[in-house]
Each structure stands twice: as C-alpha cells, then as structure tokens.
Design a protein around this ligand. Sequence first.
Ligand code: SF4
Length: 470
Amino acid sequence: MKINSPLEAYKYLPQTNCGECGEPTCMAFASKLIDRSGKTTDCPPLIKEKKFAKKLAELDKLLAPEIREVAIGVGDRVAKIGGDDVLYRHKLTFFNKTKMFFDVTDTMEESALVERVKKITDYKKFYVGRNLLLDGVAIRAASNDPAKFASAVKKVIENTELPVILCSFNPAVLKAGLEVAKDKNPLLYAANKDNWKEVGELALEYKVPVVVSAFNDLDALKSLAKTFADAGIKDIVLDPGTYPSGKGLKDTFTNFLKIRRAGIMGDTEIAYPVMAMPLTAWMSGISDPVSASYWETVLASVFTIRYGDVMLLHSMDPYATMPEVHLAETIYTDPRSPVAVDSKMYKVGTPDENSPVLFTTNFALTYYTVESDLASNGINCWLLAVNTDGIGVEAAVAGGQLTADKVKDAFEKSGFDLKKDVTHNTVITPGLAARLQGDLEDKLGSKVLVGPMDSGRLPGFMEKNWPPKK
Ligand code: SF4
C-alpha cells in the first residue's frame, strides 16, 4: 500500500508544528513529502526521538516509490533512475528523467577515447532557461581483455566526473574495471543466464548497481532479478533486450510495457528501472551512418516515452542528440507546473539608465521569446519577469495572476526603482496586458507605454516610441 495524500502522511508526523523542518506546520511538511520536495530526514523530531521510530519506518515504506530508485555514480552528477509511481504522467508526474549514456570502447586509440569522453562531458544544449546535458559514459569491453579494459576505464574516469557503466559479459573483465572505478559507484552491465553467479558476487563485493539481462524472455529476467534480490542485491536494473527492427522491435516495446505495468501494479519482483539500447540500430544492418543515427534516435524516442530509465547510445551528431535530450526534458517536465523562470529583473544586453524597461510574465516560453526578440535585435533593456505562477500574459491577465499590484510587487522585490535607476520613469507593458495601463500608472507613479501584442514587433515599436516623448 502507498499513501498519496498529505492528510495520510500527516498521521505519521509528530504533529507539534515545531517548525524545525522549515515549514510552519506538519501538514505543510506532509505536502512536501507527497510531492517529493521533502524527505522524512528533514523532520528532526521524527528522526531523533525514539518514540517515533516505528512511525518513521512505516512512513518511509509507505512513501517509497513503486519502481525502485537506483543511483549510478557519485557526487553532483550522480544519475538517479527509476523512482516512478505511475504509468501515465497526467496521473502524477514521471520522476528521474531518462539518463543517456554514450559509448566508448576499450579498443579506441587513447587520444580518440579522451576526445570523445570530453565531448560527452561538455555537451550542452540551452533550452528554456536551462542547459540540457548528457548523463554518462558506457565503456564497452570490445577487446574482452581485462588489462585493456581496466586501462580504458582509468582513462575515462581521469577525464570526466560523469557516471560510468562497465559493459562486458565477462566477469574477469568487469572485475578489472571495478578495481579501477570502485569509488565511482559504476553500473555493471550485465549479468545473464551464463554469468549471473560471478557478476552477482561482484555486485555484492563492490556494492554497486547491476543490470540483469535476458533478451526477450521476461520470465528469465524476473527470475534473475529475484535471485539477486534474495541474495541481498537491491540496486538492480532490467535489460529485456532492445531489438532494433521487425518483430523483435515490436516484442521489445511490449516487454517494456509489461515490465513497467507489473512494477506499478505491485509486482515487487520486477519493480526496477529498465535499460534501453538504441545503439542496437548500429547492429541492424544499416550501413549508412546517417541513417543508423536517425534510426537510433527513433528508438531512443520510443523508449524515452515508454519506459526506458537509462539508455546506451552511440551517435553524437547534433541531429541525433538534440531531439533525444529535448524529448526527455519534455516528457519528464511536471505537467502540473508550467515551466517558469525566476521572478526578477533581467538585463538584456548592456542596459543603462536611459534604456527601456519592460515587463512580461515568468512563464519560461513567454520570457525567452520576449528576451530573444529583444536580444537578437540588439535592444539593450531591462526586462522584469513578474511571477504569474508560470502562466502566459493573456491568460494571467484574464485569471488575475497579472495585475497592477503584482507588477508593483515584482518591481519592489527586484529592488529596481523606476524613479532612481532610470532617467525616464517609464515602463512598457505587453500589448496583451493593455488594460492594466491606467491602474499601473496609478500604482507605480510612472508613465506606462502599451507595447505591441506580439514581442516580434518590439523592434518596430522601439523605433517609433523610444525614447519616450516628454
Ligand atoms: S519538523 Fe517535523 S514536527 Fe516539526 S513542524 Fe516539521 S514536520 Fe512537524
């Protein structure tokens, strides 16, 4: 049984409203537990006082996600996978975005290996106010030689802080890699029907997460996972095989659905994160690399949506990585909260005391559209993002989230003074908020110009209306 309402979680809390968790009441803290922005360890009385020990244990159990959360790596770039509670994100949200690991092999020239590791590490794609990154390096033992593999693993971890996956079905090769990377909490790939005993022992000895693998055989996969769990291995990832085309692809898709459905419905023996391998596109007989990249991206898209938690990929061409990282970001954005930027005063270009002052809402798509229309036309200005709970201008005006009082409040909180920080005491409102003009002039004591309905017309508007007439 799981709990999913603050009222249910509240029953297990001390109910003293002491405020030590930073929340004014235990009920407010209970809400944070349910939306996973807080942890039971944030409530000191619950953790320290012996009389609450039983309730704490029960609460932790009731709050645990249906699908086990597994961590790969250490430090700031640790990759957490799994941790989901639902099959469809409109029911709650999906947690822990699909993690993308790009491959290197231990047969690569050292300089090429280092260059590729740096490329994976440095990858960055700016998207609505954040940088989308790649998540890790999968080191494949193409040589099947323990010494060669260990040397490649050493080179990789010397050149990146990203988590790594050690890939081989040969336990001796995996052990050699583990000896080098044992402090990095690598994921072991993989245990199968032939090597499970030795690989299981390695996972236990080095206390690292491990993939169990059975291609297109869910009974064998479940049996391996159960054997490992019974042996005390908790951090398990499932690999049901990723067939790149034909009936195999159809089976793969069905297997992913079956695994996740069973896990969410309470079958704890298979409630683990799932690994997808879009790089099998390169083994499907497609000889043209551009077409192989394309097909790899198609597979990555399918298994980002249904239900790949971690992926092994090969192509780093922009036309492959760009849709992959964008799709994962979109699928794993909480649909209940619009993407928002911080509510504050932003500088566009290099504004000074004569530069125009504009405002818009903090809905990320609105903010970045306006910012980009201004910046790309060389308009140096001040741009205030007003907190409308991430709602766009037109809807926020209609719904009361964007009012003259809210704009005034945003100016005050930003510390920007229209009467002191600029010489013109003028602010430009979005055209879609024209009806606020009179109210704004009263509240701000400033001149308010009504800007265009569409920020794309700001350059023309500025030409005609800036500087403002006295
Ligand atoms: S620290 Fe614990 S007891 Fe105190 S208010 Fe927060 S939840 Fe309640």
